[in-house]
Design a protein. Structure first.
Ligand SMILES: Nc1ncnc2c1ncn2[C@@H]1O[C@H](COP(=O)(O)OP(=O)(O)OP(=O)(O)O)[C@@H](O)[C@H]1O
Ligand SMILES: [Mg+2]
Length: 469
C-alpha cells in the first residue's frame, strides 16, 4: 500500500473500531453511558493529537524505506512513544489499541481496517460516520466502528480511489473501485447520497466457495450439482438469475469450473471477479471513462471483440444492458455453452429483463423477434436467492422450452420447496426435482453424458434428508 503520510488531511476518529458480535439489528446500539463516553472522547482526542504529531514529526525518509510489517511496527512504536509524552493515564491494552488505530489511520483505511482483517465478514457497508454494517453468513450486523465525521469517510474514499487514478467529487459523485486485495468498492457521496458519503465493500475471497461447500451450505444438492455439471459439459447455454448479493457470481464461478480444461474460455466482466482454474482463459474487463470522460470500453464492445478471439466459451459476468443482445447472438451462432448472470427475482423475470436489455441496445427489433432469439439462445435458468435466514439457495432450475404464441414457455426441473422456519429462524425446505424430464437430456446423450434415470424423479419432501437444514 502506498505511503500516505504526506496528505495534509488527518483523521479524527473516536471510539473503537471492532465489529460487534450482536445478531441482526438495524437499530443503533445503545449510546455509551456518560463516563465511558468521556473516556472514549479522551481516547479519541489522544489519538487525534498523536496522529497529527506523527504526520508532522515522523522522519519520513527513514520510515519510507521500510515496508509491510516493519513499516507498521515503526509507526506503532512512534505512536506509543508520543503517547508516553502525553502522560495520559491509559492501560497497556488501550495503549496498544491506540497505536494500532493510529497506524490503521496512517497506513490503511482507518476504522475499516479491523473489519477488513476479519475473514468472516463478506461485506462492509458504511452508511454514515456512526453507521457501519457488516454482513456475516448472509446476515447484517451493526458494528462499533465509527468515523469521526463525514469528512473522515471522504478521506478514506479518496484514499481508496486516488491510487487508481480515479476521483470522487461533486461532479463525479459515484465511483467503483477495487482494493489491492481485489475487494470490490462502491462509493456514493452527497448530493447523491443524501445523508452522508457511503461506501460498500464486497470482500474478495482468495478461496472462492467450492461446489462441495455449496452442497454443505444447502445451496445445491448433490443431484443438482451432477445435473449442472452435465449441462456445462453438454454446452447448454445458462443464465444464473438472482437478486443483489444472492450468490450469482459465486455460482457462475462454480459452473465455469465444470468447463473442460481443453477449451478456450473468454471472460468479460465489469469488474473481474471470476477465479477460473483452467489453463486457457483470457480475461477481459471493462474500463470506465477517464477524468476527461474519454476511453470508456463497455461490455458490449468486449463481447463483440470476444467473438473474434476464437472462443470455445464466452462467459459474461453479468448482463446489464445492450450486451445481452450480442450475448444472445453469440449463443445462437455456435458459441454454445455460454454462461452469464442477470439480476432478476424469478426465471420469468430474468427473461423479461433480458428482453428489456435487448431493447436498450436500440436495434428496433420487434418484441416477438427478441423473444424468439431469447428462447432459442437460452436453455436453462438457475435462480438463486438469499432467504430470510441469510442462507443462499438455488430456488429454481428452469428450462426454456420454446415459444407458444408470443410467450416463451418454461418448465421447472428443480424447485425449492419451503416447509417452514425452525426455532432458530432457519428456513426449512428442500430443493426437489419436479418430476419433469428436461428436454436437454437428448443433448446430453448425444454428448455421451448419461445421468441416473431417477435424478429427475419426484420424491417425498421428508425423503430428502441432505437438504433439511
Ligand atoms: N451459496 C452461498 N452460500 C453462502 N455464501 C455465499 C453463497 N454464495 C455466495 N455467497 C457469499 O455471498 C456474497 C455475495 O456473493 P456473490 O458475489 O456471488 O453474489 P452476487 O449475486 O453475484 O452479488 P451482486 O449482485 O453484488 O453481483 C459473497 O460474499 C459470497 O461469498
Ligand atoms: Mg455478482
Amino acid at each position: 500500500m502506498s505511503w500516505l503520510v504526506q496528505r495534509s488531511n488527518s483523521s479524527k476518529e473516536n471510539g473503537p473500531g471492532a465489529a460487534t458480535a450482536e445478531p441482526v439489528s438495524h437499530k443503533r446500539m445503545e449510546p455509551p453511558v456518560e463516563s465511558s463516553q468521556s473516556v472514549s472522547d479522551a481516547f479519541a482526542e489522544a489519538k487525534y493529537r498523536i496522529h497529527e504529531r506523527l504526520l508532522k514529526e515522523m522522519d519520513l525518509d527513514k520510515v519510507q524505506q521500510k515496508q509491510g510489517p516493519e513499516l507498521r511496527k515503526a509507526v506503532e512504536d512512534a505512536a506509543a512513544m508520543m503517547l508516553t509524552s502525553l502522560e495520559m493515564p491509559i492501560s497497556r491494552s488501550e495503549r496498544q489499541r491506540l497505536a494500532r488505530e493510529v497506524a490503521d489511520e496512517i497506513l490503511g483505511l482507518g476504522p475499516l481496517e479491523p473489519l477488513l482483517a476479519d475473514p468472516t465478514i463478506t461485506e462492509i457497508m458504511v452508511n454514515g460516520p456512526r453507521e457501519v454494517y457488516v454482513e456475516r453468513n448472509g446476515l447484517l450486523y451493526l458494528t462499533d466502528a465509527v468515523f469521526r465525521d463525514e469528512a473522515h469517510i471522504m478521506r478514506i474514499i479518496d484514499r481508496i480511489v486516488s491510487p487508481l487514478g480515479r476521483r470522487i467529487d461533486e461532479s463525479s459523485p459515484m465511483v467503483d473501485a477495487r482494493l489491492p486485495d481485489g475487494s470490490r468498492v462502491n462509493a456514493v457521496i452527497p448530493p447523491l447520497a443524501v445523508d452522508s458519503p457511503t461506501v460498500t465493500i464486497r470482500r474478495f475471497s482468495k478461496d472462492p466457495l467450492t461446489v462441495e461447500k455449496l452442497i454443505e451450505f444447502g445451496t445445491l444438492t448433490p443431484e443438482l450439482a451432477t445435473f449442472l455439471k452435465a449441462c456445462v459439459e453438454a454446452r447448454i447455454n445458462m443464465v444464473v438469475a438472482g437478486g443483489t448479493g444472492s450468490g450469482k457470481t459465486t455460482l457462475l464461478n462454480i459452473l465455469s469450473g465444470f468447463i473442460p480444461a481443453r477449451e478456450r474460455i473468454v471472460t468479460i466482466e465489469d469488474p473481474c471477479e471470476l477465479q477460473l482454474r483452467q489453463p486457457h482463459v483470457v480475461r477481459l474487463e471493462t474500463r470506465p471513462a477517464n477524468i476527461e470522460g474519454k476511453g470508456e470500453v463497455t461490455q458490449r464492445q468486449l463481447v463483440k471483440n470476444a467473438l473474434r478471439m476464437r472462443p470455445d466459451r464466452i462467459i459474461v459476468g453479468e448482463v446489464r444492458t445492450g450486451e445481452a443482445f450480442d450475448m444472445l447472438q453469440a449463443m445462437n451462432t455456435g458459441h454454445d455453452g455460454s454462461l452469464t448472470t442477470a439480476h432478476a427475482n424469478t426465471p420469468r423475470d430474468a427473461l423479461s429483463r433480458i428482453e428489456n436489455m435487448v431493447l436498450m441496445a436500440n436495434l428496433e427489433l420487434p418484441v416477438r423477434a427478441i423473444r424468439e432469439q431469447i428462447a432459442s439462445a437460452i436453455n436453462m435458468i438457475v435462480q438463486v436467492a438469499r432467504l430470510r435466514d441469510g442462507s443462499r439457495r438455488v430456488t429454481h432450475v428452469t428450462e426454456v422450452v420454446g415459444m407458444e404464441g408470443e410467450m416463451i414457455t418454461l418448465q421447472d426441473i428443480f424447485l425449492f420447496r419451503q416447509q417452514g422456519v425452525n426455532q432458530q429462524g432457519r428456513v426449512i425446505g428442500a430443493l426437489m426435482p419436479t418430476g419433469l424430464r428436461p428436454r436437454c437430456i437428448d443433448r446430453f446423450e448425444q454428448e455421451g453424458i448419461f445421468l441416473p434415470p431417477d435424478l429427475f424423479a419426484m420424491r417425498p419432501l421428508n425423503g430428502h434428508a441432505a437438504m433439511r437444514r
